[in-house]
Design a binder for this molecule. Structure first.
Ligand code: SF4
Ligand code: SF4
Length: 79
């Protein structure tokens, strides 16, 4: 099973540049065409399941608007 993750975008500082959309290897980020933020940009958002928590989007975002959460497998109990 591939690792699971999710992202949160601080919409207020996203400038809708689309770099994260292009960089995501899973193609799960879109620019929300149905709304604009206070700066007048369509903010990025997670559109589908499939985020692996790889962190590439957060690294590439020039505004540091993305926080990545990666699911960690529970540790196996000692027997
Ligand atoms: S963490 Fe990786 S897989 Fe998830 S949205 Fe960002 S670039 Fe895509
Ligand atoms: S790279 Fe950052 S600023 Fe650009 S669209 Fe994605 S979240 Fe917004």
């Amino acid at each position: 099973m591939p690792p699971k993750g999710r992202i949160e975008v601080k919409e207020i500082i996203c400038k809708g540049c689309g770099l994260c959309v292009d960089a995501c290897p899973q193609h799960v980020i879109i620019l929300a065409e149905d709304r604009i933020n206070a700066k007048g940009y369509h903010p990025a958002e997670l559109s589908l399941d499939g985020c692996t928590g790889c962190g590439i989007c957060a690294i590439i975002c020039p505004e540091a608007a993305i926080t990545v959460y990666r699911q960690v497998a529970p540790a196996k109990e000692n027997q």
